[in-house]
Design a protein around this ligand. Structure first.
Ligand code: PLP
Length: 396
């Protein structure tokens, strides 16, 4: 392939990281469904283990299908290297365990996925790592929370479920003054909408389970960052703790990447239309979507990302009971715990994805009892609206 630097995002989504391999000429990326790789001789084996030569050893350490996925996401994010991993949570955990040790601290946005919140508040403290949470849009708050033990600033772009944005450039400038690494979970935006490394972040992680895979069929994750850090992660924490991604899942994620920008365009278009429709709906209390002028970070969204994404949250008049009734009555939308699927998905975060937060922490993060999260799919928008409409009609 010609120099990757000259190619556009859509071309790279389809080509980056793979040339037809010489043995068969396979145009599609092959699935290397193998545990191990035959060494040339004992000397070659020893050289690979000693990291004196590059090559495949064992799929827990690396795999040629995973390598294509790693390279492709790294290129799309504008990063040096990638590490394919078994889930988004494994990506977050390995990043933290690589960068921190007992006594170190994290400063994190309050507006994050419930599973990550639980990792930071319940699991990591057992190993001597504490986290301070701050309001995502308060630069003063980020600054004030930093101590001499802070090693990571952690945020989501944008936050799950309230879709708050952090000014990544400004927060990265603060962090770098104190030699702190900025880790961004870019799952909701994908590299199509924003590339946090170009704004100053140091590491990007993804739950590939969501938009990267895009079809709701596989769990996986990826970490993108500087080559030396990714090499260290692979040869230490990744090797020791064993969260390798299955080559089959990597292959499905590669399929997903090939249509990422097409899908994201449709997710964004449908979500904008539905958010505007919800905002005008008489039975809706409030709507949060970065593409609406009413969103508190709408201006930052215009500056920091290409479009406004496929996620919306809203509250129905009548709070929890009315919200439950609405999600019990949808037919086309699926009630389930995932986002970023081609299909439209709906959920009640306070009792599901964010139930790991106490009521008080939910309140601080703005997760009201009646909040409903909608992951807008790529169906015909009028069919999604018709489904929501008939569910609203059943509320009295
Ligand atoms: N990051 C975000 C923003 C998420 O929403 C999720 C899961 O919902 C995760 C990370 C965890 O990803 P996974 O389920 O692939 O472990």
């Amino acid at each position: 392939m010609t120099n990757e630097k000259n190619l556009g995002f859509d071309t790279l989504s389809v080509h980056a990281g793979y040339e037809p391999e010489p043995t068969t000429g396979s145009r599609a990326v092959p699935i290397y469904q193998t545990t191990s790789y035959v060494f040339d001789d004992a000397e070659h084996a020893a050289q690979l283990f000693a990291q004196e030569k590059e090559g495949n050893i064992y799929t827990r350490l690396g795999n040629p299908t995973n390598a294509v996925f790693e390279k492709r996401v790294a290129v799309l994010e504008g990063g040096e290297a990638g590490l394919a991993i078994a889930s988004g949570m494994a990506a977050i955990n390995l990043t933290v365990l690589t960068l921190l040790e007992s006594g170190d601290e994290i400063v994190a946005s309050r507006s994050i996925y419930g599973g990550t919140f639980h990792l930071f508040t319940e699991t990591l403290p057992k190993y001597g790592i504490e986290t301070t949470f701050v309001d995502p849009d308060s630069l003063e708050g980020w600054k004030a929370a930093i101590t001499e033990d802070t090693k990571i600033i952690y945020l989501e772009s944008p936050g799950n479920p309230l879709l708050d944005l952090v000014d990544i450039k400004a927060v990265s400038e603060i962090a770098h003054k104190y030699n702190i690494k900025v880790v961004v979970d870019n799952t909701f935006n994908t590299p199509y909408l924003s590339q946090p490394l170009s704004l100053g972040a140091d590491i990007v992680i993804h739950s590939a389970t969501k938009y990267i895979g895009g079809h709701g069929n596989s769990i996986g994750g990826i970490i993108v960052g500087p080559e030396d850090l990714i090499t260290d992660m692979r040869s230490e924490g990744y090797r020791d703790t064993g969260p390798a991604l299955s080559p089959m899942n990597s292959w499905l994620f590669i399929q997903g990447l090939e249509t990422l920008s097409l899908r994201m365009k449709k997710h964004c278009k449908n979500a904008q239309e539905i958010a505007e429709w919800l905002e005008d709906h008489p039975k809706v209390e409030w709507v949060r979507y970065p593409g609406l002028e009413s969103h508190p970070h709408h201006e930052l969204a215009k500056k920091q990302q290409k479009d406004f994404g496929g996620m919306i949250c809203f509250e129905v008049k009548g709070g929890l009971e009315a919200g439950k009734k609405l999600i019990n009555n949808v037919r086309l939308c699926s009630l389930l715990a995932n986002i970023g699927d081609t299909r439209t998905l709906i959920i009640h975060p306070a009792s599901t994805t964010h139930e790991q937060l106490s009521k008080e922490d939910q309140k601080k993060a703005g997760i009201t009892e009646g909040l409903i999260r909608l992951s807008v799919g790529i169906e015909n928008v009028e069919d999604i609206i018709a489904d929501l409409s008939q569910a609203f009609a059943q509320l009295n």
